[in-house]
Write a protein that binds this ligand. Structure first.
Ligand SMILES: Nc1ncnc2c1ncn2[C@@H]1O[C@H](COP(=O)(O)OP(=O)(O)O)[C@@H](O)[C@H]1O
Ligand SMILES: [Mg+2]
Length: 363
């Protein structure tokens, strides 16, 4: 049994090494452009420190609530895919344990495995589970050290996610800009040409004028097709309502009853405005699937002359909106609605579900 003095020394040792491990992996994070390369090095450091022959990094799938293997490491082969490095029995056994873990009680040793959480705030991304070689438990110092490394892996995963999101947002913005250019430039010019040709047709029966009208019409149809294709993928070949229903099918788990009501006729909106509305609904669905534990989700889409409004309402756990819920998703929803001069309202309270209301004036 350790004496109080040796316990303090053990802790100090742990902190000093956790700090060194943090610095080393931060340096690595700054220089390693490949996410998997970085995660592989983290697993390798954890494996070496714990003398663990096998490590599995897994991520939580928000939709199904199951653990999905992300990367593995073995003493013999280094980093690689879980299927290649872990025997199916071992992997099944590890996944069966990790799905029952309470993230609030991690890190923890269960039988011969040490489980480290990958947590950002309350968001449980997944974990790292190490199969320990010896039966003796790792010391507090060792756990502090490897948990520090797990935090770095979490940071790398989140940075990667944010940069992918930013890239996707930049692509969308550029596509919307090109669509606007086509709308205001080529399409308007073709409409003008068409009008003039129709005027000319009143004074001549020259067949070339009739052919030119046909060509201008084709050109305009082509420009409209291109504008549509430049919108978000889901909206390029289906209506807004179909697109949100498709997202609901993909994102909302089966145990949540999804109820859709729609009134009025959805108007033709400029692609950028429609795509922003679509992304806000998509993120609201993601949040319901990820955070709400709801049993029911209502989507009300109302189109009235001059305005569309969308209400997304769940009967889940709700949250304190003043309590510093500072996720990127909610901030993005507000920014998107601001960008198109729309209205955004979030109403939620613990135990009372969550309601997102967006409104947009349209011509
Ligand atoms: N429908 C919801 N039900 C319960 N909590 C929610 C809901 N929407 C958002 N939240 C809370 O607000 C936080 C911030 O959400 P968000 O900005 O989208 O970030 P993220 O989804 O990445 O956590 C969530 O972590 C969650 O605590
Ligand atoms: Mg979110």
């Amino acid at each position: 049994m350790s004496t109080p003095d040796s316990a303090v020394q053990d802790r100090e040792f742990g902190l000093a090494h956790a700090n060194a491990a943090l610095k080393r992996s931060l340096d690595l994070l700054a220089n390693e452009s490949d996410l998997d390369g970085f995660l592989g090095r983290v697993l390798c450091d954890i494996g070496s420190r714990l003398d663990a022959p096998h490590i599995l990094m897994w991520l939580m799938d928000g939709k199904s609530g199951t653990a999905v293997p992300r990367l593995a490491w073995s003493e013999a082969c280094g980093p690689g895919s879980a299927d290649d490095l872990l025997a199916p029995d071992t992997m099944d056994a590890m996944l069966a344990v990790v799905e029952r873990l309470d993230p609030g009680e991690l890190p923890a040793v269960h039988a011969t495995m040490l489980h480290l959480p990958l947590l950002i705030g309350d968001d449980h991304l997944g974990g790292i589970s190490a199969l320990l070689a010896q039966t003796g438990q790792p010391s507090v110092a060792e756990i502090a050290w490897v948990q520090a490394l797990a935090h770095q892996a979490t940071l790398a995963l989140r940075l990667d996610f944010l940069s992918t999101e930013r890239e996707a947002a930049a692509v969308l913005k550029e596509r919307a800009r090109i669509a606007r250019e086509i709308h205001d430039g080529i399409a308007q010019t073709l409409i003008g040409i068409n009008r003039h040709l129709h005027g000319a047709l009143a004074h001549t029966d020259c067949p070339a004028v009739a052919s030119a009208i046909e060509l201008a019409k084709d050109g305009l149809a082509e420009a409209r097709r291109t504008m549509k294709a430049l919108g978000p993928h889901q909206l390029s070949n289906m209506t807004f309502l179909d697109a949100v229903q498709e997202v609901a099918r993909k994102v909302i788990p089966q145990q949540i009853e999804f109820l859709l009501s729609s009134t009025g006729t959805w108007p033709a909106l400029p692609p950028e405005r429609e795509s922003n509305l679509f992304r806000v609904v998509q993120e609201a669905f993601n949040n319901v699937a990820k955070h709400s534990s709801a049993t029911r989700l209502n989507l009300e889409v109302s189109s009235a002359p001059g305005e569309v409004s969308i209400l997304i309402q769940d009967n889940g756990c709700g949250f304190d909106v003043r309590g510093g819920a500072t996720g990127v998703g909610l901030a993005n929803m507000r920014h998107r609605m601001d960008a198109i001069d729309g209205f955004f309202q979030l109403v939620s309270a613990p135990g009372s579900g969550t309601q997102v209301l967006i409104r947009l004036a349209c011509a």
